[in-house]
Design a binder for this molecule. Sequence first.
Ligand code: HXC
Length: 258
Amino acid sequence: MAYETIIVEVEDHVALVKLNRPDALNALNAQLLTELADALTAAQANEKVRCIVLTGSEKAFAAGADIKMMSEKSFVDVFMEDLFTPETDQILRVRKPIIAAVSGYALGGGCELAMMCDFIIASDTAKFGQPEINLGVMAGIGGTQRLTRAIGKAKAMDMNLTGRFMGAEEAERAGLISRIVPVKKLMEEALGAAAKIAEKSMITTAAIKESVNRSFEVTLAEGLLFERRVFHSLFATEDQKEGMSAFVDKRTPQFRDR
Ligand code: HXC
């Protein structure tokens, strides 16, 4: 598929996917979401790619779902087309790690898209928010659910009910993001983290992603059982033998995804 609203570059085992609708602060319209889902699915299928970085521009990661696209839609329209569901389901099926590199606005669907990634590295200029309430609607792809699990009820209610924006410092304190870096260093930091992940066995990165995500779905006892079973299963891999013998031999492991 030739893309018009995103740019994809693959370099050194990392796929960099850049949202690219500068005139609309990367607002998520149907075309962008379709292209993004397609690009991430292609990155999953591309054997060269071991980690993915999703980013926007310096001014905006994404300023939300495209309000102009949604404004005339009726309940029946959005219900029958199941607005945003097929694309977000497709994005969530990606098994390779996805890092969101966020600078500027990550609002509404933009904040929700960042939260669909595995972790968020933000610049000191990042602003997160769920301002849908100002439009007479509410979050629709995780802003009341993933955000609440990430930062707790008090802040999630505050953000969703007042529509206020949260800066990078507060977002880090609250647990929404994993790192803050100066804006000029954002891509270096995110691509560096991706390069580190790309060195690991892909069996383990996929297993860890699955296991951490499981913690949102099940009780602690079930999650611990799931984790233990996956941990035990990794002893069936050659990469476990390689990783542990490399440690003993004081050398760098050469993982082969087997
Ligand atoms: C469509 C958008 C947009 C959006 C910005 N633009 N956000 N277009 N949908 N979500 C467009 C503007 O219309 C404008 O186009 C151009 O981008 C630049 O935006 P400005 O407003 O002129 O920029 P600025 O004054 O710097 O303000 C930045 C901003 C503001 C604070 C981010 O744009 C803003 O409040 N945007 C909307 C944020 C929002 O409400 N997001 C939630 C959307 S609902 P023109 O053509 O006029 O120059 C949502 C629902 C999710 O996300 C539910 C499920 C996915």
